[in-house]
Write a protein that binds this ligand. Structure first.
Ligand code: SF4
Length: 255
């Protein structure tokens, strides 16, 4: 584990050099974050944002969303796609929260131990480890590490998680490996790398600063151009130390 941790620290430093160190800031309230996550499934960030804005514009409160005819909710979120599934799921989640807590709020999660907070969220139908971690990390700045499709792919290629580790299981492995106070920045920087360099279909290894630590590169890609590539990407892609400069949060709808 110590060797893997050393490898992770080297990777984290390289990613920070490249993308900066995102600083946590609350973008949405906890319930908003949960609904936003449900909307983000299998769609783009743009369409998720449009659907979320239309939902908030049409209904003044989450109670109004909960009580609305489901067809109206589906219509409001149509931009997100899969609206016939997401509409009922959103209403079901809101009703679950109200039933369990007597009001539509998730603020109480801040005071629960992490394991209990995760368990509480994943008892909501359709909420898995990724959504729970996003709500806890992004809305509360609590130490949960969200693993989306980019994080899962990049961490797998680098060898930070096991080759057969599922995305759900990767939450536990990365939480054990990454220092908790850096989950937010690590999550965003792995996403940024997955979007910009370690892309799904064709990873741009020739431009990647992580080749020396990357299992996929070392085992699959012929070595030779790494040093030049590292220099090139630093010169052209370096961003500042601001969360706002890294395209934050979601991952092509795979949050
Ligand atoms: S070396 Fe290639 S596979 Fe490895 S992290 Fe970089 S882009 Fe991805």
């Amino acid at each position: 584990m110590e060797t893997l941790r050393q490898k992770y620290h080297a990777i984290a430093q390289a990613l920070a050099d490249l993308y900066g160190t995102p600083v946590w800031e609350q973008r949405l309230s906890p319930v908003d974050e949960l609904v936003d996550c449900i909307l983000s499934q299998s769609t783009t960030d743009t369409n998720r944002d449009r659907a979320f804005a239309q939902l908030k514009a049409r209904f003044p409160t989450w109670e109004a969303v909960r009580d609305a005819p489901v067809e109206d909710v589906i219509e409001a979120i149509r931009a997100a796609g899969l609206s016939a599934q997401k509409g009922p799921r959103i209403q079901e989640a809101l009703r679950h929260i109200e039933r369990e807590r007597g009001a539509i709020t998730l603020d109480f999660l801040d005071a629960l131990p992490m394991a209990e907070a995760k368990a509480w969220l994943t008892h909501i139908h359709g909420v898995g480890p990724k959504t729970a971690a996003i709500v806890l990390c992004f809305a509360f700045n609590r130490p949960a590490f969200p693993v989306d499709t980019h994080v899962h792919r990049v961490a797998g290629r680098l060898g930070l998680i096991g080759p057969k580790t599922s995305a759900d299981r990767a939450h536990d492995e990365l939480e054990a490996l990454v220092p908790p106070e850096t989950y937010y920045a690590a999550h965003l920087n792995l996403i940024a790398h997955g979007r910009q360099v370690c892309q799904a279909r064709r990873p741009l290894c020739e431009r990647c600063p992580l080749t020396e630590w990357c299992d996929f590169y070392q085992q699959t890609v012929k070595p030779g151009g790494g040093a030049a590539g590292r220099k090139g990407i630093r010169n052209t892609s370096r961003r500042g130390n601001s969360a706002s400069r890294v395209r934050a949060k979601t991952t092509d709808g795979q949050r």
